[in-house]
Design a protein around this ligand. Sequence first.
Ligand code: SF4
Length: 198
Amino acid sequence: MDWRVTDALQILLCEARACRTCAAHLPLGCRPVLSAEQGARLLIIGQAPGTRVHESGVPWSDPSGDRLRDWMGIDHADFYDPARVAIMPMGFCYPGRDKGGGDAPPRPECAPLWHARVRALLPNIELTLLVGGYAQRYYLDGGSRGVTDTVRAWRDLLPQFLPLPHPSWRTRSWVTRNPWFEDEVIPELRARVRRLLL
Ligand code: SF4
């Protein structure tokens, strides 16, 4: 354990949690939700908090989180151990709703401002789960593929990345239409998560 890195990470997380960069655009105000410690070997990059996560301040504390934990095959205790699992969405704060009533995109200021700095202080990350299209576009090909094609190409992205669809309730029909996801991706995901959490 490098205590200088630990200290630098804690200082950076405090700075991020105090961030007010896009306050004018956030309907419920700033409440950055992220979690990490230096020893984490697994990083989850999702979309942005919903209203429940905004209220609780706990990442993935909603039905999408339940589905993600089920896909990963881990319980709350492991999922919420920041020394093993780091959690950092594309937008740290709840971004509000779009005109159609769905979730607005993560604030575009957030990932360019914070991600590289946080990742630089997480030297033990071996696998990053890219959950949903926003994370995949940012970290992979800039959006030339859709989520289905990106997830279907999961073997090409290992061992650094494993792309997943966003585990919202809408994903249930996607999973039904794409049975290879449960047959092939989920077993690989669970095996890799199990190894990383040993
Ligand atoms: S979304 Fe990100 S950049 Fe915007 S206020 Fe929250 S932490 Fe800062």
